[in-house]
Write a protein of this length. Structure first.
Length: 113
């Protein structure tokens, strides 16, 4: 099973995007969900994670500019990204934390300067 992220696109510096991802219901309700990203030539890195109860934890790379949230009724996790920078350009993925599913294709986020 792969989790498919959506909502990426091309934005200018300072712009915003909201990413979405839906997970299988039998896993979603008991799992920490997370967003990861991979920039060209770099390793995939964790961006943010959220517990089943809604407690969120952010990595330093985007802290203060992003909000992770989840809708347990919809088995969905979201990533609201604001004040985007060119260095945020990457493919963004959702998965559990720690990773349990195969990686999907992700969604491309491109921030132009």
């Amino acid at each position: 099973v792969q989790l498919q992220a959506s909502g990426g696109g091309l934005v200018q510096t300072g712009g915003s995007l909201r990413l979405s991802c839906v997970a299988p219901s039998n896993i979603f309700g008991i799992s920490n969900m997370a967003w990861y990203r991979q920039s060209s030539g770099k390793q995939r890195e964790l961006v943010a994670r959220i517990t089943p109860g809604g407690s969120d934890i952010y990595e330093e790379s985007m802290k203060g500019r992003i909000t992770i949230s989840r809708d347990n009724a919809k088995n969905a996790v979201y990533l609201q990204m604001n004040s985007l920078k060119p260095e945020d350009t990457a493919v963004y993925y959702c998965n559990t934390f720690p990773q349990a599913f195969f990686w999907g294709q992700g969604t491309q986020v491109t921030v132009s300067s």
